[in-house]
Design a protein around this ligand. Structure first.
Ligand code: PRX
Length: 672
C-alpha cells in the first residue's frame, strides 16, 4: 500500500506486473549493462530499425567531453546510414501496422476530430516531401516551420526527414521578431505555416505573424522564397459555431511566394524514395534560450536521436501495442519533437494530437479527451496541473479515467501538492507518475523513475535513464558522492545528446563544457538523497522557467532597455503558484522616462511583440538604483529577496551603495 507518511509510493501491481521493467533489480541490471557495454545494449535496440548501410561496430560510439584534449564531439553509429521517416513509417507499415491509427487528432472545438493511420501518414509525408523537392529543397537545407497542433505539422517534420532537410520548428507563440531572428540564423528559404488557429476562444493569425517575420528577414537581406500555408480555419468550427471561410478570413498571400497547401499537396505523388542519411547527419534544430540572450540553435542528428527517442518512449511510458498515448506539449518544443512525433512513431504507437487548451469549452477538457480516447499514458506539465487543481474536483471525478496507467510530468520540478493531486485525483492511486527531467539539449529523458520499477517520491525525478551517468559536482568541480547537493552534470554522452549549436560550435563548447572540463553541464542543480534519488532543484544560471518555458533574464532585460524610457533593467524569477516562476522586473528610468501606467502598458506590449506573450512580466518595479557591486555587477541574489519581500538579504558589504536595498523594499509595488 502506498504510504503517504513516508512520501514514497510503490508502483501499483497492475502497473508493475506487465511492465517492461518491473523491479528495481531489473532496472539496475539493464542500467549496468547500458554503461558497461553500450555496444551490446544499444546494438540490440538498433537492430529493430532499418540501416541501409550496416552499423560498424568499430565505430559504434566515440566522444570527447574534455576541451583540454581537443574539440568536443559525440558520434554514435558513425558510418551507418538510415532514414528516420523510413523507420517511423515504411518500416511500421511493412511490419503490419499500416491500418493502425498513428494519430487521433482532436481539434480546439470538440466537434472537430479526425484520425490518420500509418499507411495514410506515409502517403501524406511522401506527397509533401515531393512538394518540398519541387520547391528546390535539398538535403541539408533548413526549413522553417511555424505550425499549430495539426496533422500537417507532423507531416512537415517527417517530409523534411525523408529528404534530409533540417527542420527548424519555432513554437507558434513566439512573436514575429523572435521568429525572424531564428529564420535568419538558420537561413531558411522555405517556410511552412497555417493561416491561423483557434486556441480556446482566441484566434491566432499565424500567417500574419509569418508575413511580418518575412518582411523583417528581407530588411536584413534574406528572402524566404516559398511559404506554404495550410488552409486550416475553413475546416474547423469557430468557438461559437460556424466556420471561417478563406474569403472572410482574408489571409494575405503574396504571388509567387505563398501557396496554399491544399492547392499543391493533393496532386503530388504518394511515393518518395527516402534520402539515406549518415548517422551523424543533422535531423533538426530547435532553438532554446541562452543565458546571454541570443537563442541557441540546438542541433540533433539522425541515428542517436532515433535510438534515444524510441527507447525512452518505450520504457518511460511503458508503451504497449494497444495503448493510446497522449502528450499535451506543443510540437514547437522539444517535448513535442521527441514525445509527440519521433518517440511514439518509432514504437508504432497510437497518439492523441490535441490542438486546443485545457480550458475550452470547459475546464474539464483534458479529462474528457482522456475518457473519449481511453488514454493509457498522459504526459503534461506541472503548470497545467496547477492551473487545473484550482477547479472543483468533480470536473475530474465526473469522467472515467480508468484507462490511465502512467502519468508523466515535464518542464520544471513538480511541487508535492500538485504531485499528490495528480496521483490521487487523476491517477486514482493506481497510476505510476514519471517525473521526467530533461532538456532541449538532451534530446530525451535523462532522469526519471520507470513506471513499474521504482517507488516514487513526489518531487524527485529519480534515477538516470539507461546509458546516462549523472554526477553532482561542488563549486570546485569535486564530485559529491552519496548524499549531497551540487551542479548536475553528465560524464559521458547518451545517443540523444545534442551534437552542436547550429553554426556556433565554440558557443556549444563554452556553454556546456567549459565550466567543468570532462562534463556536460546542464545548468541545473540537484541533490541526491540517502536512497539515491535525484531531486532537481532548478537553474543555477540566470535562466527563468515560466510555465515550463525557459527564458533568459538577459533576453528580457535587453528588450526592456530598448524602450527609450528605460536606462537599465534587471529581471529575476519570483515563485508563482501556477506558473512555477514569474518575471519580476526592476527598471531604472532615463532622464525623460516617466513611470506611469502608459509606460507599463508599453513595456508589456513590447515584450509580447519582441519575445512572445508567455514572457509578459507579472511585476515591474521602478528602481532609481540597482544593488551593484563596486565592479558594477548587479546582485540578483538581493533582487530575488526583494521580489519575495524577504529581508534576510545576507551580506551586503560588497555593494557600492547598500541604501538602495532598503529603498527597493519600501517601494515594492502593490501587485508584487
Ligand atoms: O531547469 C530544467 C527544467 O527545464 C529545463 C529545460 O528546459 P527545456 O530545454 O525548455 O526543455 C523542457 C522540456 C524537457 C531544465 O534545464 N526541467 C525540465 N524538466 C524538469 C525540469 N526541472 C525539474 N524537473 C523536471 N522534470
Amino acid at each position: 500500500m502506498p504510504s503517504e507518511e513516508a512520501h514514497i509510493f510503490v508502483p501499483h501491481p497492475s502497473v508493475s506486473k506487465n511492465a517492461f521493467v518491473s523491479s528495481s533489480t531489473q532496472y539496475q541490471q539493464m542500467y549496468k549493462k547500458s554503461l558497461e557495454n553500450p555496444e551490446e545494449f544499444w546494438g540490440e535496440i538498433a537492430r529493430q530499425f532499418h540501416w541501409e548501410t550496416p552499423i560498424d561496430n568499430n565505430r559504434f560510439f566515440r566522444y570527447n567531453f574534455d576541451m583540454t584534449k581537443g574539440p568536443i564531439f559525440t558520434k554514435w553509429l558513425d558510418g551507418a546510414t538510415t532514414n528516420i521517416a523510413y523507420n517511423l513509417l515504411d518500416r511500421n507499415v511493412r511490419n503490419g501496422h499500416g491500418d493502425k491509427v498513428a494519430y487521433y487528432w482532436e481539434g480546439n472545438h470538440p466537434d472537430d476530430y479526425s484520425r490518420l493511420t500509418y499507411k495514410k501518414l506515409l502517403e501524406e509525408v511522401c506527397r509533401f516531401a515531393n512538394v518540398l523537392k519541387s520547391r528546390g529543397v535539398q538535403k541539408g537545407d533548413r526549413v522553417a516551420v511555424y505550425m499549430p497542433m495539426i496533422l500537417e505539422a507532423v507531416i512537415t517534420l517527417l517530409a523534411c526527414a525523408r529528404i534530409g532537410a533540417v527542420h527548424s520548428l519555432v513554437f507558434a507563440g513566439f512573436s514575429s521578431d523572435s521568429f525572424a531572428e531564428r529564420i535568419l540564423d538558420c537561413e531558411a528559404r522555405v517556410l511552412v505555416t497555417a493561416d491561423g488557429v483557434w486556441r480556446g476562444e482566441k484566434l491566432l493569425q499565424l500567417k500574419n505573424i509569418c508575413d511580418q517575420a518575412m518582411i523583417k528577414c528581407s530588411k536584413e537581406g534574406h528572402n524566404v522564397e516559398t511559404c506554404i500555408v495550410v488552409s486550416h480555419l475553413e475546416r474547423v468550427t469557430a468557438p461559437k459555431g460556424g466556420v471561417m471561410s478563406r474569403q472572410t478570413n482574408k489571409t494575405p498571400m503574396t504571388d509567387g511566394r505563398d501557396i496554399w497547401w491544399q492547392d499543391i499537396v493533393p496532386q503530388a505523388s504518394t511515393s518518395c524514395y527516402p534520402e539515406w542519411m549518415q548517422a551523424e547527419d543533422p535531423l533538426f534544430m530547435l532553438y532554446t534560450s541562452g543565458s546571454t540572450g541570443k537563442p541557441k540553435g540546438v542541433l540533433h542528428t539522425t541515428a542517436g536521436y532515433l535510438l534515444y527517442a524510441a527507447t525512452t518512449f518505450k520504457y518511460v511510458f511503458d508503451y504497449k501495442p494497444n495503448d493510446v498515448y497522449w502528450c499535451t506539449a506543443d510540437v514547437g518544443w522539444i517535448t513535442g519533437h521527441s514525445y509527440v512525433v519521433y518517440g511514439p512513431l518509432a514504437n508504432a504507437a497510437t497518439s492523441v494530437l490535441f490542438e486546443g487548451t485545457p480550458f475550452f469549452p470547459g475546464n474539464d477538457r483534458f479529462w474528457s479527451v482522456v475518457d473519449k480516447y481511453k488514454v493509457s499514458q498522459f504526459y503534461t506539465a506541472p503548470t497545467a496541473i496547477r492551473s487545473l487543481m484550482k477547479f472543483d474536483d468533480d470536473l475530474v471525478a465526473r469522467h472515467n479515467l480508468s484507462s490511465l496507467r502512467v502519468l508523466g510530468s515535464v518542464g520544471e520540478p513538480i511541487n508535492p501538492e500538485a504531485w499528490m493531486w495528480y496521483y490521487k485525483l487523476v491517477g486514482h492511486e493506481k497510476c505510476s507518475i514519471v517525473d521526467t527531467f530533461w532538456q532541449t539539449e538532451t534530446g530525451g529523458h535523462v532522469l526519471t523513475t520507470l513506471p513499474g520499477a521504482q517507488p516514487m517520491k513526489p518531487g524527485a525525478a529519480g534515477f538516470p535513464f539507461f546509458g546516462v551517468e549523472p554526477v553532482l559536482l561542488d563549486e570546485n568541480g569535486r564530485e559529491i558522492k552519496g548524499e549531497g547537493e551540487g551542479y548536475l552534470v553528465f560524464s559521458k554522452p547518451w545517443p540523444g545528446l545534442m551534437r552542436t549549436l547550429y553554426g556556433n560550435h565554440d558557443r556549444y563548447e563554452l556553454t556546456y563544457f567549459s565550466k567543468f572540463p570532462g562534463y556536460y553541464c546542464t545548468g541545473d542543480g540537484a541533490k541526491r538523497d540517502a536512497d539515491g534519488y535525484l531531486w532537481v532543484t532548478g537553474r543555477v544560471d540566470d535562466m527563468l522557467n515560466v510555465s515550463g518555458h525557459l527564458m533568459s533574464t538577459a533576453e528580457v532585460e535587453s528588450v526592456l532597455t530598448e524602450h527609450h524610457g528605460v536606462a537599465e533593467a534587471a529581471v529575476v524569477a519570483k515563485p508563482h503558484p501556477v506558473k512555477g516562476e514569474c518575471l519580476y522586473c526592476f527598471i531604472t528610468l532615463t532622464e525623460t522616462g516617466i513611470f506611469d501606467d502608459q509606460l507599463l502598458r508599453e513595456l508589456k506590449t513590447h515584450i509580447r511583440e519582441r519575445i512572445g506573450p508567455f514572457a509578459q512580466p507579472d511585476v515591474i518595479q521602478n528602481a532609481p538604483g540597482l544593488p551593484k557591486t563596486r565592479s558594477g555587477k548587479i546582485m540578483r541574489r538581493i533582487l530575488r529577496k526583494i521580489a519575495v519581500n524577504d529581508r534576510d538579504v545576507g551580506d551586503v558589504s560588497t555593494l557600492a551603495d547598500s541604501s538602495v536595498v532598503e529603498l527597493l523594499f519600501q517601494t515594492r509595488p502593490a501587485n508584487a
